[in-house]
Design a protein around this ligand. Structure first.
Ligand SMILES: C[S@@+](CC[C@H](N)C(=O)[O-])C[C@H]1O[C@@H](n2cnc3c(N)ncnc32)[C@H](O)[C@@H]1O
Length: 207
């Protein structure tokens, strides 16, 4: 069976269902309260500060999720996600911006519509064919691409299919990769901007 994420109906249903409890991953509440994640809280704060410090730009946040990071972006912000529940949450946190449903692999925007694309914890979920589509779409709509993702840590495989359990007890399967800073930068053809235990960020710019 081939791996899919962005094109997988089960994954789409999973994230829509997870929207209300999604921030627990960041805040360490709910099911994440018992997770051993040394330095997590401090690093999330550092990541939020990194996002807030990005120069203002006409930005498209692809696969914005609940808007946990999106709300800190400066400039004209459009946030896109395929989950209506995630989009509703993001819109409630983005009074000056627009959140909308849409497909990251088939963006509903003309070429060059934005200065910057940013995406958080999405790229690292994509199998190779979806990755190629995503990168082509991101580059079509903006010259700058910033990818925030999950760091490769000692003892972790580079990729795996994870079982995820939601508060209602439902079980879901999600493909995920973990990336070193240099691997991520090499894949997108850019430079490393943030190296953490939990998160990595890289940026590429087309001239
Ligand atoms: C792990 S969450 C990341 C959310 C957020 N960017 C963050 O950093 O917290 C992945 C998100 O990708 C979205 N997603 C999955 N496939 C998508 C697609 N084809 N188009 C748009 N969004 C998609 C899901 O709905 C989910 O909100």
């Amino acid at each position: 069976m081939s791996i899919a994420f962005a094109r997988d109906a089960g994954t789409a249903a999973y994230y829509d269902k997870r929207a209300r409890e999604y921030d627990d991953w960041y805040t360490g509440e709910g099911r994440f309260a018992s997770r051993e994640r040394p330095g997590w809280r401090e690093e999330v704060i550092r990541l939020v500060e990194f996002v807030a410090a990005l120069p203002a730009a006409r930005t498209l946040d692809i696969a914005c999720g609940s808007g946990f990071l999106t709300r800190h972006l400066a400039g004209l912000v459009v946030a896109l996600d395929q989950s209506p529940a995630m989009v509703a949450l993001t819109q409630s946190r983005l009074p000056e911006g627009v959140a909308m449903t849409g497909d990251a692999l088939n963006l509903p925007f003309p070429g060059g519509a934005f200065n910057r694309v940013i995406t958080g914890d999405f790229y690292g979920h994509l199998p190779e064919d979806e990755r190629e589509h995503f990168l082509a779409e991101a580059r079509r709509v903006a010259p700058e691409l910033i990818v925030i993702d999950s760091a490769l840590r000692p003892g972790l495989p580079a990729s795996r299919t994870e079982e995820r359990v939601l508060n209602d007890g439902s079980r879901h399967h999600v493909y995920k990769r973990f990336l070193s800073p240099t691997q991520l930068a090499a894949e997108i053809g850019g430079e490393v901007l943030f190296t953490g235990t939990w998160f990595v960020v890289a940026r590429s710019v087309q001239v």
